[in-house]
Design a binder for this molecule. Structure first.
Ligand code: FAD
Length: 447
């Protein structure tokens, strides 16, 4: 008899993992705090999007639903940087044909729920909030919308209930459970870019747009309906800071000064700024991710990261692929899988958390720096000429190489580029013999 599985959270990771387990023949119950987004008409609401890259696609392919999602993704082949004069600089993310994809968060979650719900082995229980978990008895306590108390004791529990996980909260009270949470002093606000009067997209399609401004930045990702979703990342306190932008006049002055080319295509700016909440940015780390042989955390519940590498969902989806591979390797022996998954994966989650924090500085500041752009140009040249050299961004976004290896390589590549950029007249010599000689020497030292 296969174990009875309960997943807490029908977000991106919980719904996808439900499908994985159902396809293996497990009976899966998913408990979700919110109502059924299909009934609530989530899709008709605002367009909030996410960047999907190789790790995310791999998991969707393994789950057999890549075709459902692929057509709804808009490719972004590079970054389009906007300076304060409205001048544009473009920088490709990878080699020709490589792209990350802008996908609607609501649309994706809905497709995942729909795909899992169609499977006869899956039952969703919406409006069920997990209030408590008794880790010793493996008993979950939920409250439904009528305030009734529901108690269940499944064989396996997967906590996919996000950054403020109730399942993790129960584990935090167990012996030798390590936990840390760290907020950035920054918040974020989502803002809409509307189509032009003639219906055309407000910004050039095919790119992720960035307005890097040193201590803060605005980014925008395309949607299928010719709108773009912008996100302003800025400190709460500071000059400028969210705390000091209170009135429409403050918003006007701030945007006129820093984002003059964006303003004309943001007709809802004042309403958005006033009505949309300012979100917090948190990094959560913990270890172990499991309790005993029956309870496991996954997705943001065990590793919430800041969004600057676009890898939060991708790493959560990779949790599903890795677990599925382990299920094959260990013949569905869940006590072993749960222990091994926690033992091996924490270091990768910590690595992408570090890389994401690092990328924040790159995006808000360095992408406007000529030396940084030169570094990217040299990296791209070397990548083309020496296929075994992979820039860190490509390792993270266009490969399935463990994040911990990508982080180690980031340190090595920093040291290499420091040397290269110090070459006299590097601006002219960037693709010349001297650079290649230093590269070959450095590359030999790898093995
Ligand atoms: C501004 C921003 C931009 C981002 N951009 C990207 C990006 O471009 N690419 C990317 O890969 N990632 C991105 N992310 C990260 C991504 O959103 C998360 O990593 C992803 O949503 C995690 O999925 P999850 O299923 O683990 O958690 P969630 O999506 O948070 O889902 C958790 C679910 O659990 C439910 N739940 C919570 N508590 C309970 C409870 N007590 N009982 C029952 N149910 C409960 C919630 O209602 C929710 O449905 C971004 C995040 C932010 C904040």
């Amino acid at each position: 008899m296969k174990e009875k599985v309960t997943i807490v959270g029908a977000g991106l990771v919980g719904s996808l993992w439900a499908l994985f387990m159902a396809r293996r023949g497990y009976k899966v119950d998913v408990y979700e705090r919110r109502g059924d987004m299909r009934a609530a008409g989530f899709v008709g609401g605002r367009s909030i999007n996410l960047a999907m890259s190789t790790r995310g696609w791999k998991a969707l392919e393994k789950a057999g639903i890549i075709d459902l999602i692929r057509d709804n993704g808009l490719p972004m082949h590079g970054r389009m940087m906007h300076d304060t004069e409205g001048n544009l600089t473009y920088q490709a993310y990878g080699t020709e044909g490589q792209a990350i994809y802008s996908v609607s968060r609501g649309g994706l979650n809905l497709e995942l729920i729909e795909a899992a719900d169609k499977h006869p082995n899956v039952d969703f229980h919406f409006n069920h909030k997990c209030k408590r978990l008794d880790v010793r008895k493996n008993t979950l306590h939920f409250e439904n919308e009528s305030g009734e108390h529901i108690e269940i004791t499944p064989d396996l529990i997967f906590g996919a209930d996000g950054a403020y996980s109730a399942v993790r909260f129960a584990l935090q009270k167990t012996p030798r459970f390590n936990y840390s949470q760290e907020y950035l002093d920054y918040g974020y606000k989502e803002l809409t870019f509307s189509p032009k009067e003639n219906g055309e997209a407000p910004l050039k399609m095919g790119s992720l747009h960035i307005w890097p401004r040193g201590s803060f930045m605005l980014i925008a990702l395309p949607n299928l309906d010719n709108t773009f979703t912008g996100t302003l990342f800025m400190p709460y306190k500071g000059d400028p800071g969210f705390d000091d932008i209170k009135t429409d006049e403050d918003v006007k002055q701030f945007f006129e000064k820093y984002f003059p080319d964006a303003m004309p295509v943001m007709p809802e700016l004042y309403d958005d700024f006033r009505d949309n909440p300012t979100g917090d940015l948190i990094t959560v780390r913990c270890d172990p991710w499991q309790y005993g042989e029956k309870i496991l955390l996954m997705g943001d519940a065990s590793h919430a990261i800041v969004p600057f590498y676009g890898q939060g969902m991708n790493s959560g989806f990779e949790d599903c692929s890795v677990l599925d591979e382990m299920a094959d390797e260990y013949n569905e022996n869940w006590p072993t899988i749960i222990r091994k998954f926690s033992e091996t994966r924490v270091k990768d989650a910590n690595a992408i958390a570090d890389l994401a924090l690092r990328n924040f500085i790159e995006m808000r500041d360095l992408v406007g720096d000529p030396m940084f752009l030169l570094r990217k140009k040299i990296a791209s040249h070397l990548h083309k000429k020496y296929p075994d050299f992979m820039p860190v961004y490509s390792m993270v976004s266009f490969s399935n190489i463990p994040y911990s290896q990508a982080l180690a390589e980031a340190g090595r590549q920093d040291a290499f580029f420091e040397k290269i950029l110090a070459i006299d007249g590097i601006e002219e010599k960037w693709n010349g013999a001297e650079v290649e000689a230093v590269f070959e020497e450095w590359n030999k030292a790898k093995v």
